[in-house]
Ligand binder design. Structure first.
Ligand SMILES: Nc1ncnc2c1ncn2[C@@H]1O[C@H](COP(=O)(O)OP(=O)(O)OP(=O)(O)O)[C@@H](O)[C@H]1O
Ligand SMILES: [Mg+2]
Length: 329
């Protein structure tokens, strides 16, 4: 996709204003209130939609696609009304569903090519786009094999490719990391980030793990039993907790050396298991805390494996609600 996708993706629609807005959005299944008067505004870039099983994430996505009618309330996607303009929405939106939707006897190449043609692309363009997206999601030679024999990771990639093939302006990715091992999960998250930032496609991505989405999202929306618990820029999470967790890789003693060097650079810190916790609120370091940590690691010659906000206090938001509903990694 690269330049080609970026150019066409941003060129197809000039969405003015927010990508998604919902107002009083409610879905009552009779026995369960899956969405409860949800008011949320979602912009460009990558937005993480976090919530425990049953929080209402998939329901929200299906309503925004115009596939499911809300019981009450309204929503607009790319300026279009979900009531009545679902088809126009689906033309500009890609959807990676949560569950396996791949025909087992068909190859990824044939499947994605077929969907590209269904979306209106002429044959040669469809073939070209199919090859492009399959390459970008990392399905190489396997793309000619029947998908029934694919690993979970390969299936997730094929599902992602079909969501991107018609050059959407926005994609909904419903649990793209589900079932993946840690390495495949990191690859998928990296891909999600590239879709949002390098290709200029707005992304709404769901997970029940706040920790993994926080790494790749510009903004995080947290749902709890169909209600909005929190919607904020990821950078604001640091303001909430004030603590950054640093993980270093290197020979024995690397963690101690890093801790000492950080303290010397003006960053109060302490060991926390195999991590170093840095109190950013008491920083006397010159410059941005992230930059200082990176520079200290470079100077010491130790690798930085992880640098993330300590969001235990964000999880407290859930505990205050009566239960601990979100995991961290
Ligand atoms: N078709 C349906 N009929 C009745 N109840 C439903 C239906 N679909 C979903 N629900 C219920 O609505 C609530 C929200 O479900 P939803 O699938 O949107 O949650 P989710 O956040 O996507 O969960 P998960 O993380 O498990 O995918 C759940 O309590 C679920 O049981
Ligand atoms: Mg779901």
């Amino acid at each position: 996709m690269g330049d080609h996708l970026a150019a066409t993706a941003t060129g197809t629609t000039a969405a003015v204003g927010p990508v998604i807005t919902t107002s009083g959005l409610t879905k009552d299944y009779g026995t369960v209130l899956a969405l409860d008067t949800l008011d949320v505004v979602i912009g460009d870039g990558v937005t993480g939609l976090v919530g425990a099983n049953g929080a209402g994430k998939s329901t929200l996505i299906k309503i925004l696609l115009g596939l499911l009618a809300p019981s009450r309330g309204t929503a607009r996607v790319l300026g279009l009304d979900i009531a009545g303009q679902g088809e126009a929405i689906r033309r500009q939106v890609g959807y990676m569903p949560e569950h396996d939707c791949l025909p087992p006897d068909v190859s990824a190449s044939d499947f994605v090519n077929h969907l590209a043609q269904m979306s209106g692309l002429p044959r040669p363009a469809a073939r070209e786009r199919t090859a492009d997206v399959l390459r970008h999601v990392g399905l190489a030679e396997e793309r000619y094999r029947p998908m029934g024999g694919y690993s979970t990771g390969m299936k997730q990639r094929a599902k992602l490719a079909q969501a991107l093939v018609h050059d959407p302006r926005l994609v909904f990715l419903d649990e793209p990391t589900n079932g993946l091992d840690p390495a495949a999960r990191d690859d998928m998250l990296h891909l999600v980030q590239r879709i949002g930032h390098d290709f200029g496609i707005a992304v709404l991505v769901t997970s029940h793990l706040l920790g993994e989405l926080e790494r790749v999202s510009d903004h995080v929306v947290i749902l709890d039993s169909g209600r909005l618990l929190r919607s904020s820029a990821t950078t604001e999470f640091l303001d909430t907790t004030g603590t950054l967790l640093v993980e270093v890789i290197g020979e024995t003693g690397a963690q101690d050396r890093m801790g000492n060097a950080l303290a010397e650079a003006g960053l109060p810190c302490w060991p926390q298991g195999h991590l170093i916790a840095v109190d950013t609120t008491r920083s006397t370091a010159a410059g941005d805390v992230h930059d200082v940590i990176r520079d200290v690691a470079v100077d010491l010659g130790v690798g930085l494996a992880r640098l993330q906000v300590d969001h235990r206090r964000i999880e407290d938001v859930f505990r205050d609600g009566g239960e601990h509903v979100v995991g961290t990694s």
